[in-house]
Design a protein around this ligand. Sequence first.
Ligand SMILES: *Cc1c(COP(=O)(O)O)cnc(C)c1O
Length: 414
Amino acid sequence: MKTAVKEMSNWNIEKIRADFPVLSQTVNGKPLVYLDNAASSQVPQVVIDRGAKYLREEHSNIHRGVHYLSQNATTAYEAAREKVKRFINAREAKECIFVRGCTEGVNLVAYSYGRKFVNEGDEILISAMEHHANIIPWQVLAEEKGAKLRVIPINERGELIIEEYENLLNERTKIVAVSHVSNSLGTVNPVKEMIATAHKFGVPVLVDAAQSVPHFPVDVQDLDADFYVFSGHKMFAPTGSGVLYGKKEWLDKMPPYQTGGGMIRTVTFEKTTYAGLPEKFEAGTPAIAANIGLGAAIDYLNSIDFAAAARYEHELLEYATEKLSAIEGVKLIGTAREKASVLSFTIENVHPHDIGTILDQSGIAIRAGHHCAQPVMQFFQVPATARASFAFYNTKEEVDVLADSIQKVIDVFA
Ligand SMILES: *Cc1c(COP(=O)(O)O)cnc(C)c1O
C-alpha cells in the first residue's frame, strides 16, 4: 500500500546507541529491541557514572550538614536543580521542586493547591486521555470537597475537542489538568493555546509533562504553564527522580504537602513555621542520587543536540506509522495529526498480551495493557492495546524487526 520512505535525518545513531549499555544485550538469543520508552527509558553510561560517583565519593545527607561530604552532596543536588531550571527555562531554580515522579507531582498539587483553593461546587477540568496519575488525585479531591470533575472529550483520532474545552471552562473552574503528550495515544495537545484560554478565566493549568520532556525541548515560560510535572525515569534518569515546576506566585500561596524534617524554619510544640521554596515542598530525605542523576541526564541531552534527537525520533515514528498501517489486520489506536513517540495498535483476533508475549520471544520489548488510561480504552472500546514507544536511540532496522514480527503474529493466528 505504501510508498518508499524518505531517508532519515543525519543522526549518528551508532554513537548514540553506544552511550546506552543496556541496548547492546541479547534477549532470547535476539538483539534487544527496546520499544517501551513510554513506560521507562534507558539510562546512558554518563548518568550511571554520575550516580556511582555520588555513591562512591559523595554520599551524605544534604542541607543540614556542615561537614565536607554533606556540603559536596548539597552542592551536587542544587546543581541538578539549576540544570532542571535551565532545561525547562523556569524563571528561578526554586520553582523546581524535586519529587518522586510525575505521580507525586500531581498529588502534591491536588492536595496542596486543592486543599486551599478548591471548594464545594467548584469544578476541576481534566481530559479524556489522561493517565490515571492525572485523574485519580483530582477525583479524590473532588469527592472530599464536593467539587465536580469535568472531562474534555476526544475525537476518533484521539485529539482533544478544543471547542468543548472552551465550553467547559467557566467561573467555577478552579484548575485545568491536562497532559502535554498522551502516553496511550501519543497525541500532542495544544497546551500553550489551552493555557492562554484558561488564563482568560483566571484558571491555572497543570500540565502532565511525563511524555513531553523526553521527546522535545520545552519552555515553561513560553507555555506559561502554572504547574509542569514530569518523571526522571522517562527522560533517561533513574527512578525516584522527578520535578514539579510551579510558578512561584502559586507555590508561595500553597501549604506544604508533606511535613517533617528539612521543610521547616522553626518548630515548637505550639507552632511550626515553614521554610521557603523549594524546601517547603521537600520534606524528608529526597532521592539524592537519583536527582543528581537527573541533572546528569540533562547534561547528556544538552550534549547530543536534543532538538536534532527530537527530529530524528519524529521521523522514526512516521516511518513506523507507515509500516504498521500497511500491515493488513493492524489497527492503529490514536491517529492524531500531532503525535510524539507512541504507536498504539491492536491486531484483529489477537489479545494485546499475546502480541507482547510473542514479540518478547523475538527480543522486542513493547507494552500491552491499558497503559494506566482505562478511560481511553473505554472510548475506543478495546480492553487494551499493544504499544510501541520510541526514543532517539531506536532505529529504522528495529522498526523493520517490529513490523516483521507483527506480520508473523498475524500469520500464526490467521
Ligand atoms: C508515566 C506517566 C505518568 C506517571 O509517571 P510516574 O513516573 O509513574 O509517576 C503520568 N502521566 C503520564 C502521561 C505518564 O506517561
